[in-house]
Design a protein. Sequence first.
Length: 368
Amino acid sequence: MTAVVRARLGRGAMGRLRLASQGLTGPGLGTVPEAVRWMTAMQAQDLPAALWAVGQRVPGSRLGEVRGALDRGEIVRSWPMRGTLHLLAPEDLKWMLAITSERLIRGMAGRHRELEITAADAEAAREAALRLVSGGGSATRAELFQAFEGAGQSTAGQRGIHLLGILCQRCWLVQGPPAGNQQRVVAFDEWIKESRSLGREEGIAELLLRYLRSHGPATERDFSWWAGVPLTEVRAALAAVRDELVELEFEAKSYWLSPETAALLDGAVPGARSLLALPGFDEFLLGYADRSLVLPPEHSDKVVPGGNGMFKRTIVAGGEVVGTWAVARNGAGAGVVPEPFDPVNGLRPAAQKSFELQAAKYRKFLGV
């Protein structure tokens, strides 16, 4: 039977529970592959930001360590959901795509018509791509697009990236070794040697359970948005796994989380004095349909200026987003500058000191 918790919590405490679930407070998440596997999928549209997102969850890790995991195929980067790049464990990609790709491709049908991409065009692009990379080869995006052009497939506008996305969602290609801030493209079955196989219902139930364990407290609607799975299927999956979770009632909504995270409610939720410098697009903010729990709506425009979809780096104090931060490049390396929401009082002295420690951690991660 599912445990139901009714606790008097502030929003900061809810945010701190999420920090704990995501390995951002406490002992962290072990190795780079372990961290990515625990998180299930980590938003990675901006590759440098994604690498720092992993670094924040793996104590003592360095940039080369995270890039090395990509280079060795211990973690992969692809489009498993929402048409957005994510980092995930290689064995998970194929079964996740089996759940999400058809709906995603149907959702892109109008855009594909605008770009004049047909099933025959995708097949021509697939044949050209596999001729280029099969047998252990790889290609830069520019080389791949050149192969598309040679097969009569224009890559002008966004046509090339949409063709690449289709081939990755169909498990014919996957992004492989890093090449600067992009990656070389490789054949899926040659790069990912072992893939798990799960049926749709079983897969959605596992995906939901893993999401709630790594992102909870979260609602069924948060997961439905995050995974791109219809709410009716989410509710069926929740019925199958709810006995492995704890239900937390907060502001007249049901949130779900792991028993381990719920155990933190036995005392004051830890992390009240924590301060973190998180990358843009971090799962702490981006992993939920409703972000108002940790980001006051009046400040959302400061994180996503003009609602343009580009998320700035955030300062998270005590489980709440209290500002953004920027990197000023100079000859000596990276200068890290806080931009608190309160422009008059700024960060309090203790918080400023914590931010300086985070800035030092970031520079150490980068090796500058």
